[in-house]
Design a protein around this ligand. Structure first.
Ligand SMILES: C[S@@+](CC[C@H](N)C(=O)[O-])C[C@H]1O[C@@H](n2cnc3c(N)ncnc32)[C@H](O)[C@@H]1O
Length: 250
């Protein structure tokens, strides 16, 4: 538990600092990806929708627009950005959207509160995914759905090389899950996999010696798995799969 709290603390320190940064925002914004996610959840009859690890509300704002009759709530550990988001809610005149800060561990909602839970690029930060999934199960209504959109470890990456790169940033990265690991986690905790669409992303790591050190330790085979290259001192992961997976509460 203490380790989990420490992890959230590290993530919070990092995200409180970077979420308002335009350069960071441009790395994680991807309008084609957003359109795919909206397509995946379209047509549902949702009364309440929860976005976990909402950040700047990149997904929550369009969801509130797409489902005007639903109440949308975005939660995150980064308090400052939640306040900014709520100001934006007022400015833009949304009446069905609210942002709340929480402790990163316990979802502060009653049982069967939501018909849809979404989470984009945040699942790999959750310190105790089994506990998170069990809580999602509780707060979802009967037949409710979870959409997890997150980069995935390749099954062939047995040494979990990708996580070694991700941890350099010290932003509370826990681990990426392979498609099989993700499915097992949800199925073992009362969900059924309904659909998975694979998209792709890439990220540059800042010009930092620590990335080069990790890069130098990896084998050619590991680098080929994700097309990891060193371009003039900037290490790039050029090709990582993102699983956009819908699970249904059983
Ligand atoms: C890469 S950002 C993604 C933000 C947003 N979902 C998007 O797609 O733009 C990851 C987010 O996860 C949040 N986060 C980190 N640890 C978390 C935790 N334990 N529970 C919920 N959110 C967390 C961070 O504060 C950050 O906003």
């Amino acid at each position: 538990m203490n380790k989990d709290i420490e992890n959230v603390k590290q993530a919070k320190q990092s995200f409180d600092r970077i979420l308002g940064n335009q350069k960071y925002a441009s790395i994680i914004r991807d309008d084609k990806h957003l359109a795919i996610i909206l397509d995946l959840v379209r047509g549902g009859n949702y009364r309440r929708i929860l976005d976990i690890g909402t950040g700047t509300g990149y997904l929550a704002f369009p969801l509130a627009e797409e489902f005007p009759k639903a109440e949308v709530c975005g939660i995150d550990i980064a308090e400052t950005i939640m306040d900014k988001n709520n100001e934006m809610v007022k400015e833009k005149g949304f009446t069905n959207l609210v942002f709340k800060a929480f402790d990163g561990l316990r979802y502060p909602f009653e049982e069967e509160s939501f018909e849809l839970i979404v989470s984009r690029y945040a699942f790999h930060h959750f310190p105790n995914v089994t506990d998170s999934i069990q809580q999602m199960h509780k707060i979802l209504a009967k037949g409710g759905k979870v959409l997890i959109s997150d980069p995935m470890r390749k099954e062939e990456d047995k040494g979990r090389v990708i996580d070694d790169f991700m941890r350099v940033k010290k932003d509370g990265h826990i681990q990426f899950y392979s498609p099989r690991e993700l499915e097992e986690l949800f199925v073992c905790n009362g969900f059924k996999k309904e659909k998975q669409v694979i998209t792709e992303m890439q990220f540059p790591f800042a010009q930092k010696g620590e990335y080069i050190e990790v890069y130098d330790k990896t084998t050619m085979e590991d680098r080929d798995l994700y097309n990891i290259v060193n371009e003039n001192g900037i290490v790039w992961v050029k090709h990582i799969h993102v699983g956009n997976t819908i699970f249904v509460k059983q």
